[in-house]
Structures are given as structure tokens and as C-alpha cells.
Design a protein around this ligand. Structure first.
Ligand code: AMP
Ligand code: TRP
Length: 326
């Protein structure tokens, strides 16, 4: 059984990119992996948040994990802030990582570079993420393409720490899906679909209703050429629609391109495929939202198990680095 860890920020609604890039893989392998799935609420603090909204979104994300098909009998679901070993380990790793390394992280370059009022936490974000992963001795980390660089950093930190202080950490690997590893924004097909882009038309939320999905797909930006072909560089909008259709129907975007001559027909099929993918999850989600007590209990059970694993790793690392045992 592979030990697996991954996480999603509760900084907005779960969207199609989260599902196709990450959640769907989690669900597909839940009966074979020994998996820990974390709502990374501490990472959400790296950007402006409203406290009540963060609390609400943390519970909604837990409901979203279940609605997407995760089974809490098979995997451990928990909130990052409920496991203090993450931040304790992050400090040991901050003292392993270098400024140069973190300066090269493209996420920081994109979101924070050159802005004096950017939060320090956004700069050290990837180190906390490394701690999330290493605390569980995870060998595999199922994520979307955008997390590849963070995983490389995690591997470097684990290897360096092990080299200096002995074999403490498992060096993890990213598992990135073959299709739809980077779902693009429907309005700006050169940007990834993301919680932080305020373009409701560009993003399909995971529990959206059928009419909204149909409308967004219909308005998706394509090009003026009028030829359906899979070419992500020259035709990002059309290719991204083909990617979505391929992901939703388990097909290949190249093959699917051959079935269409008109953008309108392609869009109709994309909308239909997404609606049938999302509708059952939406039903479950709406049902789960009502039971806050049950969601809190789920996270409490998850935290108990997660704390046992993460505390043991922290103690091992602290002892290896020379902190006096209590
Ligand atoms: P985040 O919403 O940034 O917390 O991302 C949580 C997970 O979803 C990570 O594994 C990301 O790689 C994945 N993800 C986020 N946006 C996308 C996207 N547009 N396409 C594919 N995967 C994504
Ligand atoms: N950085 C990830 C993202 O934005 C979220 C994350 C935090 C994560 N800790 C993690 C993903 C640990 C995988 C493993 O998508």
C-alpha cells in the first residue's frame, strides 16, 4: 500500500480543475492507497481571508471531498490546523531551505514578487507544503501540474535533511494525471482555472447547476478560425474544451477533435458531459452541507489519526536535528 498525502486550500469553492487535477485521482485510488487528505487552512491564510468565510469554506471543502466520492472509511480526511506537527516540522524545514530556493518558486513570483505588503507566509508557503507531505512519510502526492515545482522542492528538502541528519524522511513523488492535469480558464484559456481569479464565467465550480455549466461552456472563448483541432499552443480555447471532453468521457483530445466540424457542436457535447459528471456530485454535496455536526465529527476523527502519524515524524526529525528530547 502506498502512503499518499495531498491537500486543497479552503480559499474558495472547489472547481473543475481541483476535481480533474486532484480529487478524481484521490477517489480512483482510495481502496488501494493508505491516504491522508488535508484541507490546508493554514495555506489559505497566505492571502486575505474573512474569518467567518474561512470557517465556512473549511466545512464546505470537507463536504466537497465526500461529495466527490471520498470514503472516510478508506481515507483520512482532516484540517491542517488540527495537526500542530505540520507547523513544527515546517520550522525545521525553513531552517533547511534557502532564500534562493524559495525565490525561484514561480507561484511566489506570480503572486507576490516585488510587492512590499505581500505576506511572509506566501514566501514560505512551499516549505509548509513540504512539511504537510513529509510528516506522513508519503511516497506519492496526487496533484495537478501546477504543483510540480513544489514537489521538486519537497524532494530537495527531504534529501538535504536526510543527508545532514540521517534517514528521517521518505522522498516523495508527484502523481500527475495524464489528461486535464492543467484545466484552463474558460475566458482566458492561457491561464489555469483557479479559485483566486475573480472570473466566475471562466471557472466551473464543482457543484454548479446544469444551467450555469451550459452557459459558461457556451460562452467559452475559442478563436475565429472555425476549425476544430487539438493544438494547445495555437488554439488554446478549443484545445481546452477538447481536454475537458476527453477528461469527462475518458477519451483522447486528439481523437475527439476528429468528430467535430463546428465549435457549437463541440460546446454542446462538452456541456452535456460536464453536467452528467457534476450532477450526481452536486446532489450529494447539497445533502451533506446541512449536517455541520457530522462534518466537524469527520474532521475530528481524521485529526486524531493524522496527529499520531505526524507527531511521530516530527519527533524523529527533531531528535535527528539535535533538539533535546523532552
Ligand atoms: P488549490 O485549489 O490551489 O488548493 O489546488 C488543489 C489541487 O487542485 C492541487 O492538486 C492542484 O494542482 C489542483 N488544481 C488546482 N487548479 C487546477 C487546474 N486548473 N487544473 C488542474 N489541477 C488543478
Ligand atoms: N499548494 C497546494 C495547492 O495550492 C495545496 C497544498 C498544500 C498541498 N499542502 C499540500 C498539495 C500538500 C499537496 C500536498 O494546490
Amino acid at each position: 500500500m502506498a502512503r499518499v498525502l495531498s491537500g486543497i486550500q479552503p480559499s474558495g469553492d472547489l472547481h473543475l480543475g481541483n476535481y480533474l487535477g486532484a480529487l478524481r485521482q484521490w477517489v480512483a485510488r482510495q481502496s488501494v492507497d493508505d491516504a491522508y487528505y488535508c484541507i490546508v487552512d493554514l495555506h489559505a491564510l497566505t492571502q486575505a481571508i474573512d474569518p467567518a468565510e474561512l470557517r465556512r469554506r473549511t466545512l464546505e471543502t470537507a463536504a466537497g471531498f465526500l461529495a466527490a466520492g471520498l470514503d472516510p472509511e478508506q481515507v483520512t480526511i482532516f484540517a491542517q490546523s488540527h495537526v500542530p506537527a505540520h507547523t513544527r516540522l515546517a520550522w525545521l524545514l525553513e531552517c533547511t531551505a534557502t532564500m534562493g530556493e524559495l525565490n525561484r518558486m514561480t507561484q511566489f513570483k506570480d503572486k507576490g514578487r516585488g510587492n512590499e505588503s505581500v505576506r511572509v507566509g506566501l514566501f514560505t508557503y512551499p516549505v509548509l507544503m513540504a512539511a504537510d507531505i513529509l510528516a506522513y512519510d508519503a511516497s506519492h502526492v496526487p496533484v495537478g501540474e501546477d504543483q510540480r515545482q513544489h514537489l521538486e522542492l519537497t524532494r530537495d528538502l527531504a534529501t538535504r535533511f536526510n543527508h545532514h541528519y540521517g534517514e528521517v524522511f521518505v522522498v516523495p513523488e508527484a502523481t500527475i494525471p495524464q489528461v486535464a492535469a492543467r484545466v484552463m480558464d474558460l475566458q482566458q484559456p492561457d491561464r489555469k482555472m483557479s479559485k483566486s481569479i475573480p472570473s466566475p464565467l471562466g471557472r466551473i465550480d464543482l457543484f454548479e447547476d446544469a444551467d450555469a455549466i451550459a452557459k459558461k461552456v457556451k460562452k467559452a472563448v475559442t478563436d475565429a478560425e472555425g476549425i476544430v483541432a487539438y493544438d494547445p499552443i495555437a488554439k488554446p480555447g478549443v484545445s481546452s474544451l477538447l481536454d475537458l471532453l476527453a477528461a469527462a468521457t475518458n477519451g483522447s483530445p486528439m481523437d475527439l477533435a476528429g468528430n467535430y466540424t463546428r465549435y457549437g457542436d463541440l460546446k454542446n457535447d462538452v456541456a452535456e458531459a460536464l453536467i452528467s459528471l457534476i450532477a450526481p456530485m452536486r446532489e450529494r454535496y447539497l445533502g451533506l452541507l446541512g449536517d455541520e455536526a457530522e462534518l466537524r465529527a469527520l474532521l475530528a476523527r481524521g485529526a486524531e489519526k493524522a496527529n499520531t502519524v505526524a507527531n511521530a515524524t516530527y519527533e524523529r526529525a527533531a531528535s535527528a536535528i539535535g533538539l533535546l528530547e523532552r
